[in-house]
Each structure stands twice: as C-alpha cells, then as structure tokens.
Design a binder for this molecule. Structure first.
Ligand code: PRX
Length: 677
C-alpha cells in the first residue's frame, strides 16, 4: 500500500466550499447524526411548491424484522426537477449563461447552448410529448448519442412527470429491447446515427431491430421520435456543415422511416409552443429508471425519485468538484450511464454550471483531443475514468503538453479502482502537480458519490477513495456480518440512507431487498470489497460478486455466458474476470462445445459476435478458450475460483478436494491460448 500523501491543491483550497478536514468533519457529523437538519438546510436552495407533510426522512433497512425495505425523503413535498435545473436559473437572471458547450465528434463541429435556449427547447419538446399523449408516470425509452437533444428529451420527460429510461447508445438491439420490455416504455426517442471516431453507428437501425423484437413479444411501442443528427452521409472528416438545420433533409442514413409511427424530431418541434408549465410532483415520485447489470444476468431497472436524487446529485457536484461560478466543467462519460445522468445533466445543471457536452471519443482524432478541448473551453474541472488515463499513458507526455492545461484545478476519477500508477500520471503529468485529484466511488444505485475526497481539504493517497461523503456511513463487515473495526478488509456496506439512494428495482421490489439488504440486514450492500488502512482511509478493492468491470462498465458474467450459449455449437460457458492493463478487467470465457464440433478461430469470431449482438460491442470478450470440461463440485456447481486462476495462468489453487474431476484442470491449462499467458 502506498504511503504517499498529497495535500489538496492550494489554489483549490483557498476558495473551497470546504477548506479543512475539521470543517469536513463537522459537516459530516451533522449529516449523519442529524440528516434532517443537514438536508433541510440544503433543500432551501431548491424550489419546493410544498414542504414535506410527514417525516423528512422515513426508512427501513432491516429485512430481518419481516418488514419491507423502503426509503422516503421529504415525502409530501412538491417539486419539479426540470423547474429546478432550468426555470430557476432563467428566472434568476442566468438565461444567457452557457449551459453546454457542445463539442462534436469532429473538432470543427461545435455549438453553444445557453440556459435560456435549452429552457425553450425543453418546453417545446415537453409539449410534443404531451401532444403524443405522454403523461405523468409514463415510461419513455431514450436511445441517443451525446447531443443536446438527449438532454432536451430527458428534461422534457422530467418536466411532465414522465419517467425516462435511457439506454446507452453502445447497447445492441437485443439489450435495448430487453430494457424497453422490462421498463414497459410507451415511446422511443432516438437519432439517425452517430460517428464515434471514424465508426458510424446506425442508431435508428438498431432501434428498429429492438422494436421488432418487442413486437414479436407482443409489446408495441407506438411511436418513435428520430433526431436528424448526421444528415446527408459523409465521413466525419469531410463533414463541413455543423448546424443541424443545414444537415436536413437527411433521409440517406434512415432508409426505413415509417410514416405514422416514426416522427422526425424537427418536424414535431416546428410548431410546438415554447411555454409548458411543469407538472408538480411528489418528492418520492419516480424521476427515472436506469438499467444496470445484475449478477443473475438480467439487468435491474434502478429507480431514482425526485427530491432526494436532485439534492444529492447537486450537493455532491458542488462539493466534490468544488464548483464555483466561472468554472467550466467537463465529464467525459456518456449520459447513457449514471455518471452522465448525475454529473452531466442533473448535478451540474442544478448548480447552474457551465459544462462541455462531448459527443466524441476522447482519443479521436488523436490522443491530444482531451487537452485540445480543455484548452478551447478553459476547462477547470475534469472528470473521467481510469481506463482513459491508462490509455493516454501509452502515448506519453507529448500529446498532453501540446495544449494549455493551466485552467485545470480538479481532476476526477470514476467507474473502477484507479491503480496508483494511473493516479500519479493523472496528478503529475496531466495536472502538473497543481490539481486536486478526486477518486469518486459510487454506483448507479447510489445516485451520486459516496466515498470520495473533497478537493479543498482531503489529503489524498493514490488509489484510495478516502472518506465518506456527507450522509454516508461506511462499514466493513466480515463474511458473517461482524463489523471490522480499524485496519482490515471486508464487504463495504452503508448503514443509513442518503437522499440519492435508489428506491426500488422497477417491477421487482423483492429483488431489491434480496440484492442489497438481505445478506447483511440493516445495511445497504454495495457488492464491493474495501480495506481500511491505519489512517482510516478506505480503499475499494473491487466487486465481490460475479461482475466484471470492463473500462468502467459493469457486466454480469451470467449475461455474457447466456450470450455464448445461444450459439448452436456451445453446450456450456463459464466467464470470469481477467485483469487487463488498459480496461481494468475484461472477460475470459471458457466454452464447452456440443460433441462433434470443432473449436477454431472462425468459431471464436462467431462467439465474439454473439456477445456483441446480445449485449453490445463494448462487452466483447478478450479471450475465448476451449473447455472440453469445466471444474465442478460434486453437486455440479462451476468452481469459478479455479477458472480465475487458469485465466491468469496460476497453478496455486488451494483446496480442490470438493472437485468432481480434477483431471479437467490439466486439459484447461493445455488449452490456454498462448497470447494471454
Ligand atoms: O465496483 C464499483 C465500481 O463500479 C461499480 C458501479 O458501477 P456502475 O453502477 O456502473 O456505476 C459506475 C459509475 C459510478 C462499483 O460497484 N466503481 C465505481 N467507481 C469506483 C469503482 N471502484 C473503485 N473506485 C471507484 N472510484
């Protein structure tokens, strides 16, 4: 464990909202001992049409008493999140403030959108939704690239009380269909397509594929709204026009536009009114659902509600990035993941912040792209994933030094444990030793940061998520649920609710209780392991369930296995995590073929294709190996710990006495592809 300790950057500390650990500790104590007082003060920064009618916080985390798990913050209070992130700023004289600098895939493609302009577009689109009969409580699927219309769509839903379910644009038709079906979405919003670097993704085609699957399952999504984003097709580097209007008519990419059920966004927007009163909602009405991987292989529709989520996203954004007026903030995540929900749309906008909304790939057209964007907009707060930092490390200092990064003050990390080497590169080479690094541990389920340094006060250690955010009570438990005090390692759980915690899994409350609250009654189980060092710092060690974190994207091994067994030649599959230099982890797949089939490179390609089709290109496994037999217990359970050792070519298995047939091990070692050893 590293013993380097880095003091917060002086420039950040001098003006920080929290300047000292004493101040942090005082605020922290109040937040956990008197959450009602702490969050009531914060709620005053937002607009509530009515105050809570009952208890400010009401909850039960303990299933052992037979009662249901529930969490309610500010029940009975009435608000609207869209009003809080838009109208409030427009009414407070900030209508001309920049909300987003939109930066396209190509460096010469960009535009600026103010709070006032976004407000108008959101109102118009909210009216479009209403005209289509969408109302409070309806579910709307959104499958879009990183364009302003995506923010417009999500906020228009929020404005009228519809629940958005955004599906990351890298998911396949099958995955999109699964989420539309499970979420019972009545409308789909998508775009013609998007370039990611030089790669064209035909979103409308994929969306059509998903709707076809839904139809086969007797579920019909009646309307699809399509944003004409790309316009007439041309490779990205030849694209000269940047205004969406100039790109129309754009029917060339979309060949199967069905009049009646497909609607062009620009058509439906053309006559919509710019006035739309927000729907006033209960603090505990749902705001959105967002699917995250589940260890069973079936994704979970994580439900977040209005007031608690809004306050938590806003408060974490303010303190963790130490946001001040004048800052320009950039989060490189996609809005299709929770990071984009909380730290591109809701958190920054609740603070009236100015952000970069980036469509492209951080290494396109070259590895200097991030720093070119930082220089262009004078970005002061930058938030990305360790996988990108590791990718950039490969290119060395030259691309970084090409651009002026003197505006940078806070550098954030999210999505996976950051290895100390990448942390130091971030600090030394990118931040030039004058930025504070914030390694933020959190989850789709937590709504916002849970363990994180604060950039103006926390002395950091490379690779440590350090201390809890306000309201979070972390506890380490052993296998038997016994609390580990002091130095030690165990299951990371949280003892009491914070406003941003998920409220349920859509349509399956028992699964919510089972997944997060049953193993250790009275606690929320993160599913991650962590250790505490002698100074009380918390270090996240990674998932302790059957999940693989590929480049910051959580995948369930069960989902990859079920994609593999769909292939006609595959009898059985077992997938484990393999450490990867850039991606953090990747999937190592063992497949047992049905007798009479041959394992060859053609089959490997087909199997990789199966995973791309079933889940999405980002899930493609790194290694697929032939497994004539799998190590199993006598009761037939696959022994994954053995497979994990084989994947990394390690023969130290420990006890194998429970294994039914240990001869399979030698065969598996003999079959290891040589390139991975
Ligand atoms: O394993 C942890 C890892 O990502 C998981 C949550 O994934 P997801 O819900 O997709 O949300 C990702 C963005 C918040 C966690 O259970 N994780 C996330 N951030 C960190 C992390 N692991 C270590 N350090 C982090 N900073």
């Amino acid at each position: 464990m590293s013993e380097d300790i880095y003091a917060p950057a002086t420039e950040v500390q001098n003006i920080a909202h929290v300047k000292s650990m004493e101040q942090y500790e005082e605020m922290y104590k109040e937040s956990v001992n008197d959450p009602e007082i702490f969050w009531t003060k914060i709620s005053k920064d937002f607009y509530f049409q009515k105050q809570p009618t009952g208890k400010f916080l009401n909850y039960n985390f303990d299933v052992s008493d037979g009662n249901k798990v529930f969490v309610e913050w500010m029940k009975g209070a009435v608000t609207n999140v869209c009003y809080n992130v838009l109208d409030r700023h427009v009414e407070n004289g900030k209508k001309d403030n920049v909300c987003f600098y939109w930066e396209g895939n190509d460096p010469d493609d960009s535009k600026v959108i103010t709070y006032g302009e976004l407000y108008k577009q959101v109102c118009k689109f909210a009216n479009v939704l209403k005209d289509l009969g969408i109302k409070k409580g309806d579910h709307v699927a959104i499958y879009m690239p990183m364009i302003v219309e995506l923010v417009v769509a999500m906020l228009a839903c929020a404005r009228i009380g519809a629940v958005h379910s955004i599906v990351f644009g890298g998911f396949s038709s099958d995955s999109l269909a699964e989420r539309i079906l499970d979420g019972k979405c009545c409308l789909l919003i998508t775009a013609d397509g998007v370039y990611r670097g030089t790669k064209l993704v035909n979103l409308k085609d994929i969306a059509d594929g998903a709707l076809k699957i839904c139809k086969e399952k007797k579920f019909e999504v009646k309307k699809t709204i399509v944003v004409c984003h790309l316009g007439p097709m041309s490779p990205p580097s030849d694209k000269k026009v940047s205004s969406p209007a100039a790109k129309r008519p754009c029917m060339s990419l979309v060949t199967n536009f069905v009049e009646g059920s497909d609607l062009w966004y620009h058509d439906v927007m053309s006559n919509a009114s710019e006035e739309c009163k927000p729907e006033w909602l209960d603090a505990e009405d749902p705001l959105f659902m967002l699917y995250t991987s589940g260890s069973t292989g079936k994704p979970k529709g994580v439900v977040h509600t209005q007031a608690g989520y809004m306050m938590y996203a806003a408060t974490t954004f303010k303190y963790v990035f130490d946001y001040h007026d004048g800052d320009v903030y950039w989060c490189t995540a996609d809005i299709g993941w929770i990071t984009g929900h909380s730290y591109i749309t809701y958190g920054p906008m609740a603070n009236g912040a100015t952000s970069v909304l980036f469509e492209g790939v951080p290494t396109y057209p070259g590895p200097e792209r991030c720093w070119q964007v930082v220089e262009k907009y004078k970005v002061s707060k930058f938030y990305t994933a360790p996988t990108l930092i590791r990718t950039l490390m490969k290119y060395g200092d030259e691309p970084i030094k090409k651009y002026d990064r003197s505006s940078l003050k806070v550098l954030g990390s999210v999505g996976e444990p950051i290895n100390p080497e990448a942390w130091r590169f971030y600090y030394n080479n990118i931040g030039e030793k004058k930025c504070s690094i914030v390694d933020t541990f959190w989850q789709t389920e937590t709504g916002g940061h849970t363990m994180t340094p604060l950039p103006g006060c926390t002395p950091t250690k490379p690779g440590a998520a350090t201390f809890p955010f306000f309201g979070i009570v972390p506890v380490l438990l052993d296998e038997n649920g016994k609390v580990i005090e002091g130095v030690g390692e165990g299951y990371l759980v949280f003892k009491q609710p914070w406003p941003g915690i998920m409220r349920t899994i859509y349509g399956n409350h028992p699964r919510y209780e089972e997944t997060y609250f049953t193993q250790f009654p009275g606690y929320y189980k993160t599913g991650d392991g962590a250790k505490r060092d002698k100074d009380g710092y918390i270090w996240i060690t990674g998932r302790i369930d059957d999940m693989v974190n590929v480049s910051g994207h959580l995948l369930s091994t069960a989902a990859v296995e079920s994609a593999l067994v769909e292939h006609a030649k595959v009898a059985e599959a077992a997938v484990v995590s393999l450490p990867h230099k850039i991606k953090g982890e990747t999937c190592y797949c063992f497949v047992t073929l049905i007798d009479g089939n041959t394992f060859d490179s053609e089959l490997i390609t087909e199997l990789k294709h199966c995973v791309r089709t079933k889940i999405g290109p980002f899930a493609q496994p790194e290694v697929i190996q032939n497994a004539p037999g799998l190590p199993k217990t006598r009761s037939g359970k696959i022994m994954r710990r053995i497979l994990r050792k084989i994947a990394v070519n390690n023969r130290e298995f420990g006890d194998v006495s429970t294994m039914a047939d240990s001869s399979v091990i030698d065969v598996l070692f003999a079959n290891r592809p040589t390139s991975t050893s």
